[in-house]
Design a protein around this ligand. Structure first.
Ligand code: SAM
Length: 193
């Protein structure tokens, strides 16, 4: 990530208002799919709304973002919500892949409004068998094509080895909730990088 891009994200996060814990959008109404305990990875966690919400649901969370400002917000939010002990914050540039320290396996992996197709294999790989993947990206479906937007069917194709539970595409967004099979195709851990 270029220094200027990180500065822009820092500025955006600094200018944003108060955050409250919130479920990932793709999971709204299907919160029953979440395990009541275990560990979660929140990729490009921003100001921590989802990370702290997951912690409030009983999960131990690794939260990763390149922006120090976002992480500072998240850490404050976790403290205010009694979740400081259940979230570990990692300042990390995802252009280099997921942090080696976040090897998992995780019961839940969330990646919301951050799209890097080069990370898709790693997101699936970090799930334990039976683990839940929750992804939302900008999409070309219902919007003009753009460099940050997923083509139609991109998530379904990238995560074809997982069992898809919820899928939506339209109005410029695509989302997917999927489970890593306990046995069969997609259940074996992929080779670590
Ligand atoms: C649109 S925000 C989404 C934040 C959060 N997931 C949410 O749903 O509110 C995108 C996030 O990605 C982070 N980000 C962008 N590029 C990154 C990179 N290369 N490495 C790590 N984080 C990055 C930004 O700092 C920002 O917090």
């Amino acid at each position: 990530m270029a220094t200027r891009d990180r500065e822009r994200w820092d500025e955006r996060h600094a200018a944003a208002g108060e955050t409250v814990p919130a479920p990932p959008d793709a999971l709204r109404g299907r919160e029953d799919l979440l395990p009541a305990a275990g560990c979660a990875l929140d990729v490009a966690c921003g100001r921590g709304a989802v990370s702290v919400w997951l912690a409030g649901r009983g999960l131990h969370v690794d939260a990763v973002d390149a922006s120090a400002v976002a992480i500072a917000h998240g850490s404050t939010l976790a403290g205010r919500n009694g979740a400081a002990e259940r979230v570990r914050w990692w300042r990390h540039d995802l252009d280099a892949g997921l942090p080696a320290a976040c090897a998992g396996p995780y019961d839940v992996v969330v990646c919301q409004r951050f799209r890097d197709p080069a990370l898709y294999a790693q997101l699936a790989d970090r799930l334990r068998p039976g683990g839940l993947l929750v992804v939302t990206v900008l999409s070309e479906v219902g919007a003009r094509p753009g460099p940050w937007r997923a083509a139609a069917g991109e998530l379904a194709s990238a995560f074809a080895a997982l069992e898809v539970l919820v899928q939506a595409e339209g109005d410029g967004e695509a989302s997917l909730v999927a489970r890593r099979p306990v046995s069969g195709p997609g259940s074996a851990p992929a080779a670590r990088r």
